[in-house]
Design a protein around this ligand. Sequence first.
Ligand code: SD4
Length: 335
Amino acid sequence: MPHRRDLFKTTLALAGLAGATGAHAATAKPVVVSTWDFGVAANQAAWDVIKGGGYALDAVEAGARIPEVDVKNHSVGRAGYPDRDGHVSLDASIMDEKWRCGAVAALEHIEHPISVARLVMEKTPHVLLVGAGALQFAIEQGFKPEELLTPESEAAWKDWLKTAKYEPVANSEVSTYGHAPGSIVPGDKHNHDTLGILALDQQGRLSGACTTSGMAWKLRGRVGDSPIVGAGLYVDGEVGAATSTGVGEEVIRNAGSFLVVELMRQGRSPQQACEEAVMRIVLRRPEAAKTLQVGFLALNTKGDVGAFAIQTGFVYAQCDGTQTDRVVASKSVFS
Ligand code: SD4
């Protein structure tokens, strides 16, 4: 039986949580950050929502939809590189400052997985729908099933099939992090990664979204960190938000985005939190960490931003009232 005094303490703690609205308008400086340089275009769409006084959740969804339709981007949405059997299968998650979240994994034929993830959050009692069930739900919600494999992505896949090698590799010259060798299309200098986007709106509300086609040429059914709440994305309206890019298996292993947010809760700045989360991977898996890439991006309720990666080459895009298209190079463990 709990003591009366313990119950009293618990009640007080819960009352504190209930009173917390997740809004930090008094000190907030609105900002949007996204992984990689293609995050610039995503940020612009999100900033259009934020600057008009809109909701961070609408902003991150609008931002994530940009690379999902960009056929030059082979790591998100339409034209994403397929799995080893030639199927484009997409992962996405979304989360707001009220602890609401939704996600889809291994979703095929739907151009905007991020919007399906949002409907999972808003229209179902669940958090994550996968595969055929996610597709069925999307169609029921009015999404049109389509072929997402473009001729260009199909050609790259067929090229990869000639060797069909599958080993993670780091290469800072060409952005191949988190992809298998062979995922590099000769001459393609824009073989980017997952879009993770975090936003703080004028009312101090935080939200995040993450969308990807995952690792190129992955095993059919493989799911990465991006649709796993706590791994590829996490938001706590009282503390901050984090997202990740790179080899999803490593991020799932250390519950990466949740870890970054928890470290911020304990007082770390977004920068310190990203560094500590990356170092945990490097220290626990020193051999693996020599060649693989993981990058974290974090934003706290004051609008401070941090980023850190294992390998050099990780960049993020930042947009705020002063600058709308800034691309910042993250620091890294190895250079
Ligand atoms: C995944 N983290 O599926 C994603 C993909 C990515 O660099 O970011 N690749 O593992």
